[in-house]
Design a protein around this ligand. Structure first.
Ligand SMILES: [Zn+2]
Length: 261
């Protein structure tokens, strides 16, 4: 599935997220598993990755792949960083959960099964970014970190930044305990909007809304932030879900890049 609003703004942008359907993997990974680190047959994952590269016309040698350690580190990607970790998870870019690039023909990729994909675009200078925000990356404010890097290091104007919050587990299905909620209370500008107690010590948490709050706190106005309604757990015919499938499941891949020449 693609982010159609951005593609309308600039047809050279290739941005979106895969679904669980249309690939070669079997059983619990059926069928379009794009994660190498989840005990699926590696040859099937590689076939799935090559299929996606062909569907997007973005060769795997131009993909950026990160280790995804639930931290908030953002890395600028140039051609020198691409191609690593596409066929072997151990070779992926270490300690990174967020990427951005100023260069065309690079596909920034991150894998998901409930965590929140954050997409970023700055159309004047052609910056593109992507960040992986599970609850840990969210409370470490990886989205705000991307904005900070773009403004402070790249000199981007806040009003030129657009963001999309992609499919993740929704508040409908995501129940957490006090340990998580203590972090949420610390970082959320209005915590009562993002969680509610469902039983003693158990809370439903809306990670997408928390990410939106943190992006607004970092300076984006609400009109520049699109939020999907999809829930990876509810929408079981479309998505893998780590929670719903008890950890034994595949990964969707989110991607963003710009084609030129
Ligand atoms: Zn749900």
């Amino acid at each position: 599935m693609f982010i159609k609003s951005w593609n309308k703004k600039d047809p050279s942008i290739v941005a979106g997220m895969t679904t669980k359907n249309g690939g070669f993997s079997t059983d619990t990974f059926s069928s379009f598993n794009l994660g190498l680190h989840v005990n699926d047959n590696q040859q099937n994952v590689i076939k799935n990755r090559e299929k996606l590269a062909s569907l997007l016309s973005f060769p795997t040698s131009n993909w950026a792949c990160g280790e995804q350690v639930h931290d908030n580190k953002i890395m600028e990607i140039t051609k020198a960083h691409t191609g690593m970790g596409v066929y072997d998870y151990k070779e992926s870019l270490k300690g990174v959960d967020g990427f951005y690039t100023k260069d065309p023909n690079i596909l920034l990729t991150t894998c998901y099964a409930d965590c929140v994909p954050l997409f970023f675009m700055e159309p004047k200078r052609n910056l593109l970014g992507i960040a992986h925000a599970g609850w840990k990356g969210t409370v470490k404010n990886i989205g705000g970190e991307m904005i900070r890097v773009w403004v402070e290091k790249e000199g981007v104007a806040l009003e030129d930044i657009y963001a999309v919050i992609g499919p993740s587990i929704g508040g409908c299905c995501y129940v957490v305990d006090d340990y998580v909620i203590d972090f949420v209370r610390e970082v959320s500008p209005s915590p009562n909007v993002v969680y509610s107690e469902v039983e003693k010590g158990q809370y439903s948490l809306n990670l997408k809304e928390l990410n939106k709050q943190l992006l607004q706190q970092a300076g984006l106005v609400s009109e520049k932030i699109e939020v999907t309604k999809y829930c990876t757990s509810c929408d079981h015919s479309i998505f893998f879900s780590h929670r719903r499938d008890n950890g034994n499941t595949g990964r969707m891949l989110s991607f963003i890049g710009r084609k030129e020449g």
